[in-house]
Design a protein around this ligand. Structure first.
Ligand code: UDP
Length: 329
């Protein structure tokens, strides 16, 4: 399948590109390199430096590369910033996707894979989270993702777009072969921050709250390996042959880990001590979020290779050890 991966130089996108190649598909990357890294994409892969909202460029790529399917990862994803600068998020994460879907329609590209998020559920009404729970995002980031999901459903009904939207839990880890990994700037995610605290690259990790109604008082999250996530995106391809298909899947392991447990896993894997301080709760953090991914497992035959947090941290550690400055190393 000739697959355009928008945001293919970013964290999850670059891992998906690698998995696409391993599965025998032909990925083509479109990325404006605002957050992506050119070095995250192997040199032999066709790379377009450009914007998701550039209709003329999209048309050119669809035709020249004979694109069959589009994967979209190029969203802004800083929850706090989405609260202070919502228009930036509605513009990039929603308005530009309108342009993209219009360009796909105009060029007859009718298959789409969308990276959505568990943030669309807001504070979930029950746990683990199944796909049928009500979706009430508590920040503009989650709202823009939900708005795209709704738009996709409408397009499927109106003109036969076939799509799958994957609601990720906490993507984590790095490529199995150590070539690519997580490198955000600024970094806000727990595992890379804890590793940096362990190595002394940054100061102590701040634990955002120890008074949650959870077994050890810290938040519970569902960390899922980025290669496992990527493989689900490819497993869905054959389901998209029927025009108008609309699919939604949660992607998580279903086993929650507390912040303290993640810190212990990093200490175990690295053999280092993690300096830590206890801080205030971070605004907008639900106490617990974890997935029921039965649907993806049953319908897509999705197999989770990394069922244990230590396995995920081992891959992250391998990457960070060799790339302490990320792609600038
Ligand atoms: N967290 C923390 N200290 C940090 C960063 C994150 O205690 O410096 C906690 C955060 O409150 C959440 C969990 O770690 O409970 C995972 O946060 P992350 O930002 O990695 O992902 P999120 O769940 O927000 O998507």
């Amino acid at each position: 399948m000739n697959t355009l991966v928008i945001g293919g130089a970013g964290y999850i996108g670059s891992h998906c590109v690698r998995q696409l190649e391993l599965a025998g598909h032909t990925p083509v990357v479109l990325d404006n390199l605002v957050f992506g890294h050119r070095k995250a994409v192997a040199p032999h892969i066709k790379f377009y430096d450009g914007n998701l909202g550039d209709a003329a460029l999209l048309k050119e790529i669809f035709e020249k590369e004979k694109i069959d399917l589009v994967m979209h990862f190029a969203a802004y994803a800083y929850v706090g910033e989405s609260v202070t600068d919502p228009l930036k998020y509605y513009d990039n994460n929603f308005a530009k996707v309108v342009t993209l879907l219009q360009a796909m329609k105009d060029s007859g590209v009718s298959k789409f894979v969308f990276s959505s998020t568990c943030a669309t559920y807001g504070v979930p009404e029950k746990l683990p989270i199944t796909e049928d729970l009500s979706q009430s995002p508590i920040n503009p980031y989650g709202q823009t993702k939900l708005d795209v999901e709704t738009m996709l459903k409408d397009c499927a009904r109106a003109h036969g777009l076939s799509f799958a939207a994957f609601r990720y839990f906490n993507a984590a880890g790095a490529a199995e072969d150590g070539t690519i990994g997580e490198a955000h700037d600024p970094e806000t995610h727990l595992i890379p921050l804890v590793i940096d605290a362990a190595t002394g690259r940054r100061g102590p990790i701040t634990i955002f709250g120890t008074d949650y109604p959870t077994p050890d008082g810290t938040c519970l999250r569902d960390y899922v390996h980025v290669d496992d996530l990527s493989r689900a995106h490819i497993a869905v391809f054959e389901k998209l042959d029927t025009p108008g298909t609309a699919l939604f899947y949660n992607l998580g392991t279903g086993t929650p880990q507390s912040v303290n447990e993640v810190i212990s896993a990093v200490e175990e894997v690295t053999g280092l001590t993690v300096p830590k301080v206890i801080g205030e709760r971070r605004a907008g953090d639900p106490p617990a979020l974890y997935a029921d991914s039965t649907k993806a497992r049953e319908e897509l035959g999705w197999e989770i290779k990394y069922t244990d947090i230590r396995g995920i941290v081992e891959t992250a550690w391998k990457w960070h050890k060799n790339h302490p400055e990320g792609y600038n190393s």
